[in-house]
Design a protein around this ligand. Structure first.
Ligand SMILES: NC(=O)c1ccc[n+]([C@@H]2O[C@H](COP(=O)([O-])OP(=O)(O)OC[C@H]3O[C@@H](n4cnc5c(N)ncnc54)[C@H](O)[C@@H]3O)[C@@H](O)[C@H]2O)c1
Length: 354
């Protein structure tokens, strides 16, 4: 039997999802909770029948029984918190986006390599049934030529978490990290990006200065093309018209489309014609509270993947360098939005010594 991972959980807002994952999985234990907000620590302990919490991250990192930490603090703190974990010799799960920008990426990589710990980036979409199945069956569409992904949502009142309501959110990182990761997952490293964006009245009203309505074209190193969209300053689409998150693969002999949160996965190939799947019976596993805005099942899937990889000496994905590629692509998109000109991802990596 696999020995359960002794996990420390930092940040108990969205961290609630990995807590739920620990409680339902026999591959990990929520050994210690940590948040600056002691009331929230007590609330989560009560909710999940747990006892151990601390309000000090340093205290959590000093405990020898903690093997890994799972980080759910605000985006701008991720780099510092991953580096501190590595320096304490802990493996890391870090929620998306891995970092907000690349200024600390080289020092984090150095700390992770020096410590020999694993980092898994919690790109949750990869761990939803439809998207993981689409990836497993990628070859069914033949040679992959184009990937189109989107994550749109009504964020006119900010994120569901408290920090995103304070004007600190940048939807390029918080939102577009999902579809950019999907394109990267399928096409590999991105060579060049072209981007346009605008700031909605709602975003302006929240004190944001970065665009929250974003359209991006991506050229992959392998010659294939991609497109991502993230629109956050307008109401939801009718759910029958467009899923909140979608990914379409177009290949030389077929096309597949996967979506969230409706469990739809469609494929059309020269050999099979039309095929449709819907695993709606998995709804209760993925969505445990709050409708589709919280999706603990994905967190359980990546937590279990991570534990198995650690126990088997394998490398869990997406790993630190996958995450850095995604953040470099997002950084290139940010530069393309500012300059209104295409940007090479390699130039961004060079600028940050990566
Ligand atoms: N799809 C996904 O995987 C998904 C979904 C939602 C949010 N997220 C990510 O989760 C992260 C947190 O978002 P949220 O909505 O929970 O935000 P939040 O503001 O509600 O929660 C963050 C928590 O971190 C705590 N915190 C901050 N600094 C700390 C420190 N030094 N030590 C201990 N605790 C500290 C805060 O007290 C707060 O409770 C963000 O990076 C967000 O992008 C990921």
């Amino acid at each position: 039997m696999t020995q359960p991972l002794q996990l420390g959980i930092l940040g108990l807002g969205e961290g609630r999802s990995i807590l739920s994952a620990c409680v339902q999985s026999n591959l990990a234990d929520a050994a210690l909770l940590c948040d600056l907000n002691e009331d929230l620590c007590k609330q989560r302990c009560q909710e999940f029948g747990l006892q151990h919490y601390t309000t000090s991250y340093e205290d959590m990192l000093s405990r020898p029984e903690i093997e890994a930490v799972a980080i759910y603090t605000p985006d701008p703190l991720h780099a510092q918190h991953v580096r501190m974990a590595a320096e304490a010799g802990k493996h890391v799960i870090c929620t998306k986006p891995l970092f907000k920008g690349l200024s600390e990426a080289a020092s984090v990589r150095q700390a992770v390599e020096a410590a020999g710990v694993q980092v898994l980036v919690g790109q949750s979409c990869r761990f939803f049934d439809t998207f993981s199945r689409q990836a497993e069956e990628r070859e069914a569409v033949g040679q992959l030529l184009s990937v189109e992904a989107h994550y749109n949502g009504d964020k006119r009142r900010g994120t569901s978490g408290s920090w995103g309501k304070a004007g600190a959110v940048n939807w390029l990182y918080t939102g577009l990290s999902h579809p950019v990761d999907l394109v990267f997952w399928h096409l590999g490293p991105i060579r060049r990006v072209h981007a346009v964006g605008t700031l909605s009245p709602a975003g302006e009203g929240l004190g944001q200065s970065d665009p929250d309505m974003l359209h991006v074209i991506l050229e992959a190193e392998n010659g294939a093309v991609g497109r991502v969209t993230g629109c956050y300053g307008s109401p939801h689409s009718h759910p029958d018209a467009e899923p909140m998150i979608g990914c379409t693969l177009r290949g030389s002999s077929g096309t597949s489309s996967a979506s969230y949160p409706d469990f739809n996965y469609y494929r059309h190939t020269d050999q099979e014609g039309n095929v449709a799947f819907n695993d709606w019976h998995r709804h209760a596993y993925y969505f445990r509270w709050g409708g589709a805005s919280h999706h603990a099942g994905e967190f359980q899937n990546y937590l279990e993947d991570f534990t198995r990889s650690l126990r088997n000496g394998a490398q869990a994905r997406p790993h630190l360098d996958d995450g850095i590629q995604v953040i470099a692509t997002l950084e290139a998109i940010g530069q393309a939005l500012d300059s209104k000109a295409p940007v090479l991802v390699q130039d961004v990596l060079n600028d940050f010594n990566l």
